[in-house]
Design a protein. Structure first.
Length: 347
């Protein structure tokens, strides 16, 4: 008879003790993100948050979920995983602010074939850093060890954020012809378009450790620059008054994301000469021979967030955002029409 004794969960590839060790290691990082409304630490079956303690009287909740896409593959290949958690948070909370919501709390999902506690802790510590920068609490998550489902060394990440606003304070609201479009600079490619980026790097015959052809350091490190978090300055601008809409420029670029916040019958008229195309995008465009229209529909092209603001508030809001360490460009105006209308050329 076959001996059926002695087989354990760890022997099948799932190490519960390693999972417990990870939870203990990341507790200080999660605790660092505590804010008004936080109620308990990690380890429960569910996570609690007190909206009243957070200062809301008649709140509407807003939820967003996202991942990091194939940018993860560069992090896996290089072993540089410390910033990828910031990307995860940014992709979720930058969406929340476009609804007018303040991000309150965040949960993460980390899945891998075999848990490397050190690697996982570095990733979650990056998530905690993103939460701290965005002012939201990391109140829970899930670590899934699934041998046989992921190739050796591979992992995946997903995030889930919840925010709130007082009833009636939602965005977009009040967008009208004549509104000024203010663009906030991106920190690079952010977290969209990396399937094309990876294909272009492969075609160029470059490794991630190659000198960066458009900047300093290695190519891999440059492409892993974390997504910029716009939460604090955007909320400050909303509270100052005059912001009618915000658009997070992700997959689909300016071409697809700006129309999402415009009422029917209005378009975004954008002057492409209002900002300089950052070197990373110039290099990508040259490598692939991508035409301008495709660039604007694939990448953020240097603009990570766009605000549609009342004309009489545009100068003050641009100054406020600049004082909050954002690089601000006056991109154009909201006009009658549909979609996005471009003038000039990327350069």
């Amino acid at each position: 008879m076959t001996d059926r004794n002695g087989l354990t969960y760890a022997g099948a590839g799932v190490d519960i003790d390693a999972g417990n060790a990870l939870v203990e290691r990341i507790k200080p990082a999660a605790a660092r993100t505590a804010r008004a409304g936080s109620m308990a630490g990690l380890g429960g079956f569910g996570a609690l948050f007190d909206l009243k303690a957070a200062g809301y009287s008649d709140p509407v909740l807003v939820a967003a979920t996202d991942g990091v896409g194939t940018k993860l593959k560069i992090a896996i290949d290089t072993g540089e995983v410390d910033g990828i958690g910031i990307d995860l948070v940014a992709m979720c909370v930058n969406d929340l602010i476009c609804q007018g919501a303040e991000p309150l709390f965040f949960l993460d999902y980390f899945a891998t074939g075999r848990l490397d506690v050190d690697q996982a802790a570095r990733i979650v510590e990056g998530i905690a850093e993103g939460c701290a920068r965005a002012g939201c609490a990391l109140i829970g998550g899930e670590t899934a060890e699934m041998p046989g489902l992921y190739a050796a060394g591979d992992f995946d990440l997903a995030g889930f954020a919840v925010g709130a606003m007082e009833r009636g304070a939602h965005l977009p609201q009040g967008v009208a012809a004549g509104d000024v479009l203010l663009g906030l600079a991106s920190s690079g490619v952010h977290s969209n378009g990396y399937s094309l980026v990876r294909k272009l790097v492969e075609r160029a015959g470059l490794g991630w450790d190659a000198p960066c052809p458009f900047g300093e350091g290695s190519l891999g490190a440059a492409l892993l620059t974390p997504t910029r978090l716009y939460v604090r300055p955007a909320l400050e601008a909303i509270r100052a008054g005059g912001v009618h809409a915000l658009a997070h420029i992700t997959g689909g670029g300016l071409t697809e994301n700006l129309p999402r916040v415009l009422p029917e019958g209005l378009c975004a008229e954008i002057d492409l000469g209002a900002w300089a195309l950052p070197p990373v995008f110039g290099w990508l465009q040259a490598q692939a021979g991508i035409d301008e229209g495709e660039m604007l529909k694939t990448f953020n092209c240097g603009i990570g967030l766009v605000a549609a603001v009342a004309p009489e508030r545009a100068e003050a809001l641009a100054a406020l955002l600049t004082q909050a360490s954002e690089t601000v460009f006056t991109l154009g105006h909201v006009q009658p029409g549909a979609g996005v209308r471009y003038k000039g050329a990327l350069s």
